[in-house]
Design a protein around this ligand. Structure first.
Ligand code: NDP
Length: 450
C-alpha cells in the first residue's frame, strides 16, 4: 500500500512486517491510515508522540483456551480472544463474535474499527472486540451454555463495568449474553452492567433491538437533507438482508415516507413494488425463523428470485446494504449507479468492497460508511451502560430520541471533518478523521500512558 507520506508509510510497513498473516487487520489499518495522511501533515505532534504507532497496536491482547464438554461427553477445545485496543476515551467496548472464521486478525480488524466508531458516537467508550472460533449453529442449548460459561470463566478476569464491557455480534445474541452474564455474576457475586445487549428483565435497554436499523435511517435522512436538500419521503428503497438491521431499517424508512421494495436472505431476494409488508416479514423471520422465499407465497403481486446479487439490479432511489461483508462488488455497484441511485447507506459491517466504494464516489452518489451509519447499535449499548450505572430504565421514546440526536451528530462530525481537510462530501475520510481526532487528543493529553 502506498501513502505518499514517509511517516505513515513507515507505520504501515512496520505492521505489515510484524503481522504478515493478519490480512483483515492490515486492510483495515491501511484504509484508516490513508485517510489520516492530511491530518498527520497538519499536526506534527502526531508523529513526534508516536500516535499512529500506538493507536495501531492494541493496549492488550488476551488469548485463551476454552475447554467444554459436548452432549456426548467429549471434551472440545476452542480458542478465545479479547483485544483491548484503546481506552483513551472510555472503557473498552465492542462485541463478541462466535463463528468458525474468527481469528486474531479478524478480531484485531474489528477492534481497530471499533475505536473510531465508538468515538463517533459521542459517548465515552474505548475500542475492543473479542470472540471465539466456536460455532453455535447446530449446538444444543446445553452445549452453548457450557461453552459460554467456560468462555466467561476466563474472560471475567479481564473485564468489568469500568474496564471493558463486551456486547453481542455474529453468533452472540440474547441467549449467549444471558448465559455469560449469569456466569459473570456467579463468579464475581456482583450485579453490574458488565455486558450490554442484556434481556429487558436484567438491565437491557429498550430500543436496542431497533437501534442499528433506525440509526441507519436517521443518519441517511440527515445526509439527504444536508447534502441534497432531499429526504426519504416518496423514495423507493432496496434493502439487503432480512435480519435485525434490515427489518428495523425497513420499519424506519417506511415511517419516514419511503417505500421499501426489496429484501433478501442468503438464498434469494423478494421484490414487492407495492411496498414490503413488514408484518409478514417479521412473522416469517422473527416468529417462524423461516426463509424470505415464503413472502412471495403469502403476498400476491410480489416476486421471489433465487440468488442474492440480483437485488442490486432492482431499480430504486436509495440502497441500504444490511446483510453481510463484501456483498456489493464493483459490478453490483455499477448496476446501482446505472439504476440512477441517489444514495447508498451501509448498515452491515463492510458490505461494499473498496472497488465498489470507488464506483459510488466517482459517480457522485451520496455514500455513508458503516463505521458512521451503523453506529446506532453501539450507541444504544452505551446508553444501556448509562442506565445501568444510574440504576434507571429509560422509556423507548427517551432512548429513541437520544439515538436520533446521536446519528445526526455523527453525520455532521463526518461531514465537517472531511470539509476541514479539503475532501468535502467524502464521508469515508470524514468518518475516519472525526473518529481519530477525539482519540488522538485524549491520547496526547494523557501522556505516554499506552
Ligand atoms: P442477522 O443475522 O440478524 O441478519 C443477517 C441477514 O443477512 C439475514 O437475513 C441473512 O440471511 C442475510 N445474509 C447473510 N449472509 C448473506 C449473504 N451472503 N447474502 C445475502 N444475505 C445474507 O444479522 P444483523 O442484521 O444483526 O447484522 C447484519 C450486519 O450488520 C452484519 O454485518 C453485522 O455485523 C452488522 N451490524 C449489526 C449490528 C446490530 O446491532 N445487529 C450493529 C452493527 C453492525 P440468512 O438468514 O439466510 O443467513
Amino acid at each position: 500500500m502506498e501513502f505518499g507520506n514517509s511517516y505513515v508509510q513507515g507505520v504501515y510497513d512496520g505492521l505489515a512486517k510484524r503481522y504478515p498473516e493478519q490480512k483483515e487487520f492490515l486492510e483495515a489499518a491501511g484504509n484508516v491510515l490513508k485517510s489520516l495522511v492530511p491530518v498527520v501533515e497538519a499536526n506534527p505532534e502526531i508523529e513526534k508522540q508516536g500516535i499512529l504507532e500506538r493507536i495501531t497496536e492494541p493496549e492488550r491482547t488476551i488469548m485463551f483456551r476454552v475447554p467444554w464438554v459436548d452432549d456426548a461427553g467429549k471434551v472440545q477445545v476452542n480458542r478465545g480472544y479479547r483485544v483491548q485496543f484503546n481506552s483513551a476515551i472510555g472503557p473498552y467496548k465492542g462485541g463478541l463474535r462466535f463463528h468458525p472464521t474468527v481469528t486474531l486478525s479478524v478480531i484485531k480488524f474489528l477492534g481497530f474499527e471499533q475505536i473510531f466508531k465508538n468515538s463517533l458516537t459521542t459517548l465515552p467508550m474505548g475500542g475492543g472486540k473479542g470472540g471465539s472460533d466456536f460455532d453455535p449453529k447446530g449446538k444444543s442449548d446445553a452445549e452453548v451454555m457450557r461453552f459460554c460459561q467456560s468462555f466467561m470463566t476466563e474472560l471475567s478476569k479481564h473485564i468489568g463495568p469500568d474496564t471493558d464491557v463486551p456486547a453481542g455480534d455474529i453468533g452472540v445474541g440474547g441467549r449467549e449474553i444471558g448465559y455469560m452474564y449469569g456466569q459473570y455474576k456467579r463468579l464475581r457475586n456482583e450485579f453490574t452492567g458488565v455486558l450490554t445487549g442484556k434481556g429487558l428483565t436484567f438491565g437491557g435497554s429498550l430500543a436496542r433491538t431497533e437501534a442499528t436499523g433506525y440509526g441507519l435511517c436517521y443518519y441517511v435522512e440527515e445526509m439527504l437533507h444536508c447534502m441534497k436538500n432531499d429526504s426519504f419521503k416518496g423514495k423507493t428503497v432496496v434493502i439487503s438482508g432480512a435480519g435485525n438491521v434490515a427489518i428495523y431499517a425497513t420499519e424506519k424508512a417506511t415511517q419516514l415516507g419511503a417505500k421499501v421494495i426489496a429484501l433478501c436472505d442468503s438464498n434469494g431476494y423478494i421484490v414487492d413494488n407495492n411496498g414490503i409488508k413488514l408484518d409478514v416479514v417479521k412473522q416469517i423471520k422473527e416468529v417462524e425463523r423461516g426463509r424470505i422465499k415464503e413472502y412471495a407465497a403469502r403476498v400476491p403481486g410480489s416476486e421471489y428470485h433465487e440468488g442474492c446479487s440480483g437485488i442490486w439490479g432492482t431499480k430504486a432511489d436509495i440502497y441500504l446494504p444490511c446483510a453481510t461483508q463484501n456483498e456489493i462488488d464493483e459490478d453490483s455497484a455499477k448496476k446501482i449507479v446505472a439504476n440512477g441511485a441517489i444514495a447508498v447507506g451501509e448498515g452491515a459491517n463492510m458490505p461494499s468492497t473498496p472497488e465498489a466504494i470507488k464506483v459510488f464516489q466517482d459517480a457522485g452518489i451520496l455514500f455513508s460508511p458503516a463505521k458512521a451509519s451503523n453506529a446506532g447499535g453501539v450507541a444504544v449499548s452505551g446508553l444501556e451502560m448509562s442506565q445501568n450505572s444510574e440504576r434507571l430504565h429509560w422509556t423507548f421514546e427517551e432512548v429513541d430520541a437520544k439515538l436520533e440526536d446521536i446519528m445526526k451528530t455523527i453525520f455532521h462530525s463526518c461531514y465537517d471533518a472531511a470539509e476541514k481537510y479539503g475532501m468535502k462530501g467524502n464521508l469515508v475520510a470524514g468518518a475516519n478523521i472525526a473518529g481519530f481526532e477525539k482519540v488522538c487528543e485524549a491520547m496526547l493529553a494523557q501522556g505516554i500512558a499506552y
